[in-house]
Ligand binder design. Structure first.
Ligand SMILES: [Fe+2]
Length: 247
């Protein structure tokens, strides 16, 4: 037992290449507008590092929430222009787009009704849920998005602990055509137990279509480097189900 605790499960001897993914589609790289990077310098440093891992395209997704991060498409697009210019000045071979990570909160339906939601690829929208309480009308919200032609991606399902013992809730979302995005760093034990085990379960059950870094800062990048030695990430990238490269 002690041995297992100290050394954990078997790791890959070589880090898995992320270049087959082409694109990352979940990160917080626009400085100063959410809990992600704070400065343009940090943003550029991390973008260069992500490019070094094999990504050639980044869709960054600042938080949009009613309470804490009251970002708008205008704010996000302005920030995108600044970061793009810096990427160009620094000659980093990566293309940057911006969408958002929408929290399904009390203000979200109003945003759907207004209709100016930020998307990427083939009208994909990235949503996240509360970590504390299941949303009372999540199925209705998803239905309303889909009626408007959005393809819904649920960010890091492995972090919604209130459904860990209610697995059919996840299956119901899959039955309704919701795409699931796992955080690669979940596989490297970045979050408290049992998030890594739940992430592995989603992978084993073939329920994951997108892999995201959810990069906020340097600590996340270091966890990404560790994740590259996880056999489960290697299996997922080669599962034939991953759609990152279609973005
Ligand atoms: Fe995020």
């Amino acid at each position: 037992m002690v041995f297992k605790k100290l050394f954990g499960k078997k790791k890959l001897s070589q880090p898995v290449s992320l270049s087959p993914l082409v694109a990352d589609m979940h990160s917080h790289l626009i400085p100063g507008i959410d809990d992600g990077v704070g400065t343009l310098e940090d943003s550029i440093d991390l973008i260069r590092k992500l490019n070094g891992l094999g990504y050639s395209k980044l869709v960054t997704t600042p938080h949009i929430q009613q309470e804490f991060f009251r970002n708008t498409p205008t704010v996000i697009k302005a920030g995108l222009q600044d970061v793009r210019k810096a990427i160009q000045d620094e000659n980093i071979p990566v293309s940057l787009e911006a969408a958002a990570e929408y929290l399904v909160d009390d203000g979200f339906q109003e945003k759907i009704d207004e209709g100016d939601l930020l998307t990427f690829g083939d009208k994909y929208i990235l949503i996240e849920l509360s970590y504390f309480n299941p949303h009372p009308n999540i199925k209705g919200i998803i239905f309303n998005l889909q009626v408007d032609g959005y393809k819904v991606i649920l960010a890091h399902p492995e972090r919604y602990s209130y459904w860990f013992n209610d697995w059919k809730k996840f299956e119901e979302l899959k039955d309704r055509g919701v795409f699931f995005q796992v955080n690669a760093i979940s596989l490297a034990g970045y979050y408290p137990d049992p998030v890594n085990k739940i992430a592995a379960k989603f992978i084993d059950e073939g329920m994951i279509e997108f892999i995201g870094t959810d990069l906020h800062n340097m600590r996340y990048f270091e966890a990404m480097e560790r994740a590259r030695f996880e056999p489960s990430l290697d299996r997922l990238i080669n599962s034939g189900k991953i759609l990152n490269d279609t973005l």
